[in-house]
Design a protein around this ligand. Structure first.
Ligand SMILES: Nc1ncnc2c1ncn2[C@@H]1O[C@H](COP(=O)(O)OP(=O)(O)O)[C@@H](O)[C@H]1O
Ligand SMILES: [Mg+2]
Length: 239
């Protein structure tokens, strides 16, 4: 039986609402992502606001061709795709407290380095939340390209990428300054200094919200509160 058939048969054994599942395919762990099932109004909403599976397959094909840090696409069709296992998503490591500070700094340095690689070649992830960044003890891989535009992007897209990434970091690690500094250092070290200063200029357009965020900090949720250190770090002088 070919791999496509094997995945199809496996999916038939899985509950329909399990959209992303892992399986062993030819002795290797892979992740299978299928079309959003339409069971309630939230599913319909998700289908309307996110471009969906086809777009993600296209993005993965494109980024695979550029040899960027994304999982290899193994098989795909209109209903699903299977991609190579890329290790665990970063929040798992943080929740389990399985890494000490030095290891966390190393992982985030690598994440910044990998994001710079993507940006250097003219792409952006679109929404690099920590749950969409995997680590397999050796390398960083970005997953979940539903929000990817499918084409090269602008400096705006890349600055938003960096802000979302840093915000996710500070959201998960309230005292995440060392890890965040390591991430930016990784970004800069990957031939990223000039690009970074360009992105800083874009982010500077948002600097006016800082006093407002400061006023709101007593009543704001963690989500909003953690935007402040992310913005401040982006605006710091890195020379
Ligand atoms: N190739 C992969 N390698 C490792 N984990 C993966 C992979 N693909 C998906 N996952 C896991 O499944 C989760 C959901 O997949 P994702 O593509 O992000 O779908 P969703 O649109 O539901 O966020 C991820 O956060 C990650 O934990
Ligand atoms: Mg995701």
């Amino acid at each position: 039986m070919n791999q496509l058939e094997q995945v199809k048969q496996f999916l038939e054994t899985q509950p329909a609402n399990h959209r992303v599942v892992e399986m062993i395919l030819d002795e290797k762990k892979v992740w299978v992502k299928r079309k959003q099932p339409l069971e309630n109004w939230r599913d319909y909403y998700k289908v309307i606001v996110t471009p969906g599976l086809k777009r993600e397959i296209k993005a993965l094909q494109l980024l695979n061709r550029q040899q960027l840090p994304v999982p290899k696409l193994i098989v795909y069709c209109d209903e699903f795709f299977a991609s190579e296992d890329s290790g665990q998503a970063l929040p798992r490591y943080l929740d389990e407290n399985s890494l000490d500070l030095t290891q966390r700094e190393r992982v985030f340095y690598q994440a910044g380095y990998a994001l710079a690689q993507m940006h250097q070649q003219g792409f952006a992830h679109g929404r690099p939340a920590l749950r969409d960044i995997c680590w397999d003890e050796h390398k960083i891989t970005f997953i979940d390209f539903e929000m990817h535009s499918g084409k090269p992007c602008s400096a705006w897209d890349q600055s938003i990428d960096l802000l979302i990434f840093l915000h996710g970091l500070y959201y998960s690690l309230e005292d995440g300054a060392p890890e965040a500094n390591a991430a930016i250092q990784g970004y800069i070290d990957n031939q990223g200094y000039t690009r970074f200063t360009k992105l800083q200029k874009k982010v500077a357009h948002f600097a006016w919200v800082l006093p407002l965020l400061d006023k709101l900090k007593g009543i704001a949720g963690r989500d909003l509160r953690q935007a402040t250190p992310a913005l401040k770090l982006m605006l710091k002088n890195w020379s």
